[in-house]
Structures are given as C-alpha cells and as structure tokens.
Design a binder for this molecule. Sequence first.
Ligand code: NAD
Ligand code: MG
Length: 396
Amino acid sequence: MNRLQQITVLGATGSVGLSTLDVIARHPNLYQVFALTGFTRLSELLALCIRYLPRFAVVPEVELARGMQQHLQAAGLATQVLVGEEGLCQVSVDTEVDTVVAVIVGAAGLRPTLAAVNAGKKILLANKEALVMSGALFMQAVRKSGAVLLPLDSEHNAIFQCMPNNFASGLSQVGVRRILLTASGGPFWPNPSVDLEHVSPDQACAHPNWSMGRKISVDSASMMNKGLELIEACWLFDAKSDQIEVVIHPQSVIHSLVDYVDGSMLAQLGNPDMRTPIANALAWPERIDSGVAPLDLLAIARLDFEMPDEQRFPCLCLARQAAEIGNSAPVILNAANEVAVTAFLDGRIRFPQIASIIEDVLNLEPVVVVDDLGAVFEADARARTLAAQWLNRNVR
Ligand code: NAD
Ligand code: MG
C-alpha cells in the first residue's frame, strides 16, 4: 500500500483551509495532516489540532506559542508548536511533506509558498496575491525546482481542467484562442441602483454565491478579485492579458471557459463550493469524492452572461493596466489594495475610495524591475507607505 500523503495547510483556520480539511477528512486512507497554521482564532486552530493530530502547528508569536503548546500537552497531543514566518517556511519545506496547501490570505503567504516551490513540493495555490506579487520569480522557481503547481482558485482550476495537458508549450501551440474568466459580479452587480458611496463592510461581504474570508469578499464586490485573477491566469497559463476576457456570469455555475481555434469552447461547471477544486487538485490526475452535491441543471434552468461595468467597478481596469505594465506594477496594485480593503473593513473609508487609493498609489509609485524577492517586498513596502499616507491625508 502507498504511504499516506503528508499535507501542510498554510492558513488552516480560514475559509479555504477549513474546506481543505473537510476534503482530507473524507479520505483518511489517502491523506494525513502534517502541519496546520493559524494567525488569529487560535482556539479554532487548537480544535483543529485535536481533530487532525498534526506533527506541527504554527502561530504568529512566541507568547501565543507557549499557551498553545500547553493546551496541546494538556490534551495529550505531541504536536509541536512553531512560530512566525520561520515556522511557516519550516513546515513548507520539511522533507516529510508531500503537498503544501497555500491558503493564507495576502502578501503574508508569499515567503512560505515560495519556500515550498523552491523545495519542489506539490503546491495547491489559492493565495493569488503571492502569484500577483511575484509571478515571474514564482514561475521561474516552479520550472527550476520541478514543483507541481495546481490552482485552487475555482476559475483557474476550471481553466486547468479545460486545458490540454501540454498547455505549457504555449496557448497558440495548443490551439487556444482565449480564456474566458467568469465573474459573479459580487453583491452589488445585480442592483445598479445601490449607492456604492454608502455600502457597509457587511453588505460588501455578503456574497450572493460563495462563502469566503472578508478580504476576498470585498475584492469580489469591487471586482478587484477578478483583476487579481486575471494576473494570476496570465502567470499560470502563460497568457497575455489580452488573451483573457472577463464575463459576468451571475449564477457562478460555469467556473471559467477555454475557447479553441476550431470553435470549441470547453467549460467546467459545478456548484459554487471550493471543495470541488480542492479535491480536484489534491487527487490530480485522479478524481476523489469532495462531498459536493452534483449540479442540478434543471433547478438552475438558465445561465446568464453580461459584460463587466468598468465604469462602476474601476478596479478590474486598474488590474488589467497593471498586468500590461508588468514589473512592479502588480505588486503596487496588490499592496495598495490590501491597505485599502483593510481601511474599508475598519470603517475608515467609503467603498469607492478603494479604487481611488489604488489609482493614486499606482500613479505615484514608479514601476521598477523586480528580479528578486527583496525587490518585491521593497516595492510592496513603498506602496503600503504611500497608501497609508493617502489615508492620513484624506481620512479624519
Ligand atoms: P480567510 O480570511 O478565511 O483565511 C485566511 C487564512 O490566512 C487564515 O487561516 C488566517 O489565520 C491566515 N492568515 C491571515 N493573515 C496571516 C498572516 N499575516 N500570517 C499568517 N497567516 C495569516 O481567507 P480565505 O477566504 O480562506 O482566502 C484565503 C486565500 O485564498 C486568499 O488569497 C483568497 O484570495 C484565496 N481564495 C479564496 C477563496 C474562497 O472561497 N474563500 C476562493 C479562491 C481563492
Ligand atoms: Mg476565484
């Protein structure tokens, strides 16, 4: 019998982390949890450790680690607690680990995910910000180390499923004309009369089809999520941004499509539940049960498609521009967006100001070549400083 696949889940306490553990729990004959990491909600991390018995748990600070270690010992567990980014990197590169599920939100996921890539692991990537920030370095490292990179983002997983095996030889080589990235449009799309100046964080997070963490929920409402996904798709599938079209599809049933030169268009359909792409990537190239109910086509009855409204949701356009400019432009875009979304969630700015901050920071910060991780984080830090200065100037 094959040994159990050892899995590290970076960001286990989050929405995608919990879905990942749900799929893993359905297949105790295939997978074993090696390490779980959390940043906040550490009582939930403790409960997950008691349930999944990992070898390691990672928390952000020494003091928290001490408390966690005591609780684990009291529960009779041998789980060892590690700390901070160093701990995250350690559980990503350990020789025992087969697969790293990269589901930390934001720039914080970049170093450990890249460490897993450099160690040649199988990486299941949902942390799109990591790829947006360092796409060229990241994909170079994948090629060099022989890591297997599989997309968890539902759209990218759908595209992956619709692509021929040899897509890495170039889209035109394999007869692909374009990629169609579907977008639900978020909670504000269906109702153009909603005054975006006065929407609350809770309204922005009330996604019609997906249940997700708060940062990506706001990104979905602003359409920045689709912008980040456009950049993510460029790197994953070696596509130019003009080979990727965004289509609003409010039902979130078609997760994306690939258009071939012979007129064929392949789509992947399914209920909007992250356990499908997670199960697909975990077991690839095989298939395993994910716990997701089969799609009821008769209940859905219709599939709608519309053009995105880039006037009302300018973030998509800003992301496309950053993709075209390249170099540090996507780093700046991502950093300004992270600061702006946090400020919106904290009630400091109004929803449309998210796009204003990003646009102003993109205009102010010169674009530079980012050929190592140091340069990426320097550009990231400068953009965060500019965004913070914007807030100081414009927010009481
Ligand atoms: P979430 O907020 O629910 O969870 C985030 C996880 O990251 C948590 O475990 C948290 O403890 C950890 N974390 C946060 N800040 C950290 C830091 N500074 N250092 C270390 N760990 C930190 O988010 P989510 O919805 O699960 O999304 C995670 C990632 O997956 C994001 O990049 C998101 O864009 C992407 N994604 C999510 C979905 C979804 O359905 N939720 C779908 C596609 C892609
Ligand atoms: Mg997505």
